[in-house]
Write a protein that binds this ligand. Structure first.
Ligand SMILES: [Zn+2]
Length: 260
C-alpha cells in the first residue's frame, strides 16, 4: 500500500517535489524541490513581480521528520526588481539568505524562550551561533525598536551579567512603563550614548529622571538634561540607609567592647 503526504502538510508553496532520498546511516532525508513555473518570480523585499536573472540553489535545514534530520534543496533565482534592484526571489517557506526553513526557525525561536541556546542547538543539531542568530532575528522581527518620542519621565538602572563582572545600563519610560534602551557598561559614557540617540530636542522634554545615587549616572544626566529633576528611588535610599545603620551598629559595638 502506498500513500502520498498531502502537499498542504509539506508546506512547500509555489514549489514541486522533484526528488526525495534518504540515508539510513546518517538518518537523513534529502528533499529536492523545483520551482513551479506557473508562478511569477517575486522580489523578496517588496514582494512585487521581478524578472529572473540567474538560477541558484540552496540547501537548508528543516524540522526533524519522525526523528530523521531533514534537508531541503531549493532552486531559486536572483531577480531584477524595478524598485529594489538585484535581489533574491521570494521563497514562501525560507527567509532570504537563511540556512533553515521558516518553520524550523520558528521552533528554534520558541524553544529559546524556555531553554538555554546550547540545549536548543543540541536538540536541532545546529551550531549555537546559528541558534543565536535565528533567535536574534526572531526577536528583532517580533519586538520593534521602541519609539523615543513623547518621553518625559525616565528611570535608569543597571543589571549585572557574567556573575556580576559585567553590567548593562537599562533605561525605562516611566510614563508608560517599559524598557526603551539598553547599553553596555554602567558609566557616564554609556548613558551619553542613550542621550545622543535621544537628541537635544527630546532631551529638553525630559522632566524627571529616577536613578540610584551613582555619581556617574548623576553626571551623565545633568549634562544633557540640566533642567530635569533627579529623583533617587526609595529602594536605593533605604538600601544605603541600612548600610549606614549597620556601620554605626558595628562601631557602637566596638566602642562598647572597649569601654567595658
Ligand atoms: Zn523589490
Amino acid at each position: 500500500m502506498s500513500a502520498a503526504i498531502p502537499k498542504g502538510i509539506l508546506g512547500y508553496a509555489r514549489y514541486k517535489l522533484k526528488q526525495i532520498s534518504y540515508s539510513k546511516e546518517s538518518i537523513e532525508i534529502n528533499v529536492e524541490l523545483e520551482r513551479d513555473s506557473r508562478h511569477n518570480h517575486l522580489c523578496s523585499v517588496c514582494n512585487q513581480k521581478a524578472s529572473p536573472e540567474r538560477r541558484k540553489e540552496r540547501t537548508v535545514k528543516d524540522l526533524l521528520f519522525h526523528g530523521w534530520k531533514t534537508f531541503t534543496k531549493v532552486e531559486y533565482y536572483e531577480v531584477r526588481c524595478k524598485q529594489c534592484g538585484i535581489r533574491v526571489e521570494h521563497i514562501p517557506f525560507i527567509r532570504p539568505c537563511a540556512r533553515a526553513t521558516k518553520r524550523l526557525e520558528e521552533a528554534v525561536a520558541w524553544l529559546c524562550q524556555h531553554l538555554p541556546l546550547t540545549v536548543v542547538a543540541l536538540y536541532f543539531s545546529l551550531n549555537w551561533k546559528t541558534v543565536k542568530n535565528i533567535d536574534k532575528a526572531y526577536l528583532e522581527h517580533r519586538f520593534e525598536a521602541p519609539g523615543l518620542d513623547n518621553i518625559t519621565v525616565i528611570g535608569i538602572d543597571e543589571v549585572s551579567y557574567r556573575k556580576g563582572h559585567k553590567y548593562l545600563t537599562c533605561v525605562f519610560d516611566l510614563n508608560d512603563p517599559h524598557l526603551i534602551w539598553v547599553g553596555l557598561g554602567k558609566n557616564k559614557e554609556t548613558l551619553s550614548k542613550f542621550f545622543e540617540q535621544l537628541g537635544k530636542e527630546r532631551c529638553k522634554r525630559i522632566k524627571a529622571v529616577a536613578i540610584d545615587m551613582s555619581k556617574a549616572y548623576i553626571e551623565g544626566v545633568k549634562e544633557p538634561c540640566p533642567h530635569a529633576l533627579i529623583v533617587h528611588d526609595k529602594f536605593h535610599l533605604v538600601q544605603d540607609f541600612n548600610k549606614v545603620m549597620d556601620r554605626i551598629r558595628i562601631d557602637e559595638f566596638k566602642k562598647a567592647d572597649e569601654e567595658y
